[in-house]
Design a protein. Structure first.
Lengths: 196, 196
DNA sequence: AGAAACGATACATAATTATATATAGAGACA
DNA sequence: TGTCTCTATATATAATTATGTATCGTTTCT
């Protein structure tokens, strides 16, 4: 029965995380304490109605009261709209990641000399850096960069570098001709019925 | 700042009264005490999130969390189904709506030229026109057509058109999926065809 | 390795909600 | 008038939220 409350709180949390806002930042904007938010989000305490409203308002959300009957229709609207503009926030850490990646490439060049694959990676990074990436996409980039880092000292670096280049290329392609037939979700458009 | 909370509580109260439910009756269905509800409704005390949810659930309402951006659209939906004056019923008006929609698409084609999205919308409209839509579904279609109308003159029509196409597609998918997944019993152990 | 940010948790304490029960005042109805 | 039902209050008490401050364990970046 506490069901619905949990769902709402979980939604709020997902959206907070998706927009790259920390509990602390949110706590300031909402006028609550970080520990308070933590406890609410982790279900250890139930928020008062206006505490919850304060949280959601600080996330550009609103609580609305609707007849059960047209909840599905409304979820449709929300879902459809959730994709495009979600990424106004969170400008910071990505740049740093790219910077790190470019440093890495530079180091690899010094170790192994220039290679076509490295040039390609360099190019692709410059491209990707300028694009608005979804969380999922950024996640992929991150993993690839980590792999690059990890195998930097490896004896068999060359094939791995090539594979990474291919992966980045694939990502760029998928972004470049942005899906006319299949409008893929830029970020999770779940309605949370399966996970938790 | 407590404005929103008051508004929600006031809405709940209005709806309770409009449906002729007494505080006492509501208190039993919601599992709260009458005095509790009285204090909440008169603003003398602020409900916890789940107390409020219990109240609203007992009134066949639901709290949903939506981006501020599309609150107006949602209020439209809610209002449309709340006012008995606007009722659609009757077989005819739907056809007219679709006809209007198709004229709209035609006009858009003349203004902006053909586009994949417009083609898709055209297709989807033809499909939806032939299907029996529930009131809710028709409501959604109506809302989408209205949006198409409103943004017809907009400079940035393209992304909106795409979004509308996606919405219609989603609706079609939900219809197409729902029908065949029914086991289709050879002998009818039907449940009455109300779609609700 | 060290610094920084993040989320979870641990208190102590103040403030408020929630429950139970009872009753008062207003309005409708016979 | 007497009786209903409904909402608003009045307690007293138990339970929970909310604040402040501080710390712990992780992860991430330098």
């Amino acid at each position: 029965m506490a069901y619905q409350r949990e769902s709402l709180v979980a939604q709020a949390r997902e959206i907070r995380e998706a927009s790259g806002v920390s509990q602390r930042a949110l706590s300031e904007r909402a006028g609550l304490t970080q520990s308070h938010i933590s406890q609410i989000e982790s279900g250890k305490m139930e928020p008062g109605l206006s505490s919850f409203i304060d949280m959601t308002r600080a996330l550009d959300l609103e609580l609305v009261l609707v007849p059960k009957k047209l909840v599905p229709a409304i979820l449709n609207l929300v879902k459809a709209q959730a994709t495009p503009s979600m990424h106004i926030h969170a400008g910071q850490p990505n740049d740093k990641r790219f910077a790190r990646a470019e440093r890495l490439v530079k180091q690899l060049r010094q170790i192994y000399g220039s290679s076509a694959d490295l040039d390609r990676i360099d190019d692709l990074l410059r491209f990707l850096r300028r694009v608005n990436l979804s969380d999922q996409e950024m996640q992929l980039v991150r993993e690839l960069i980590d792999r690059l880092d990890h195998h930097q000292a490896s004896a068999q670096a060359a094939p791995i570098v090539r594979e990474i280049a291919q992966n980045l290329q694939r990502l760029r392609n998928s972004i470049a001709h942005a899906a006319p037939s299949e409008p893929r979700p830029a970020y999770s458009l779940d309605d949370g019925d399966a996970d938790a």
